[in-house]
Design a protein around this ligand. Structure first.
Ligand SMILES: CC(C)(COP(=O)(O)OP(=O)(O)OC[C@H]1O[C@@H](n2cnc3c(N)ncnc32)[C@H](O)[C@@H]1OP(=O)(O)O)[C@@H](O)C(=O)NCCC(=O)NCCS
Length: 162
């Protein structure tokens, strides 16, 4: 752990740009996700937040957490590249676990991209195990278009709206 104290609390809206910069430096952003909007939505939600780890006021770690009524979920875990290997990542995970447990969630879970073996090593080092599940998902259009639509696939030319 660094010599100066590491303090964890909720991310401030004014820190979103710094958080997104950390996520970009950490390889966590993807072109199809609007990271700033992800951050704003998590901070605005009643059952989600972004935990921020700071040293002397500098944002050096993040963990987005949410409680969906059944499980705690974690996204955007990152520590500053120049401060890795000093226990900050594990401290963020323990804080995320505490956040989820406080909201009655019996478990914290997360998804790791297949091209991120370093993250798998980290999670296993701190006591997490891979579960035998496959994640299925369906992405909606810009303003939720496509969500909940029933597609008539009975005739020629019909099908999913493009
Ligand atoms: C993953 C990440 C958050 C780890 O943060 P960190 O601050 O370096 O982690 P810590 O120093 O707390 O490490 C905790 C333990 O995990 C171990 N560990 C860390 N990375 C590891 C790796 N790639 N393989 C094996 N063990 C690892 C550490 O050695 C330490 O174990 P120890 O206490 O026995 O020494 C950081 O590397 C990161 O931000 N990566 C880029 C973003 C990312 O991939 N996030 C996860 C998305 S799913």
């Amino acid at each position: 752990m660094p010599s100066q104290s590491f303090v964890i609390s909720d991310l401030e809206i004014a820190e979103i740009d710094a958080a997104v910069a950390l996520w970009e430096d950490s390889g966590l952003t993807r072109p199809w996700n609007d990271a700033r909007e992800d951050a704003r939505r998590a901070l605005a939600g009643a059952t989600s937040t972004i935990l921020a780890g700071r040293i002397a006021g500098r944002l050096v770690a993040t963990a987005m957490v949410g409680a969906d009524g059944h499980r705690g979920w974690l996204y955007y875990l990152a520590t500053a590249p120049d401060l890795r290997g000093q226990g900050l990542g594990e401290a963020m995970m323990r804080a995320a676990e505490g956040w989820a447990a406080t909201r009655g969630m019996p478990k914290l879970q997360l998804m790791v991209r297949h091209d991120n073996p370093e993250a798998k090593g980290f999670y296993e080092a701190i006591g997490y195990t891979a579960e035998p599940v496959t994640v299925y998902a369906r992405r909606f259009g810009a303003a939720g278009q496509g969500a909940g639509e029933v597609v008539d696939s009975s005739g020629p030319g019909s099908g999913w709206p493009t």
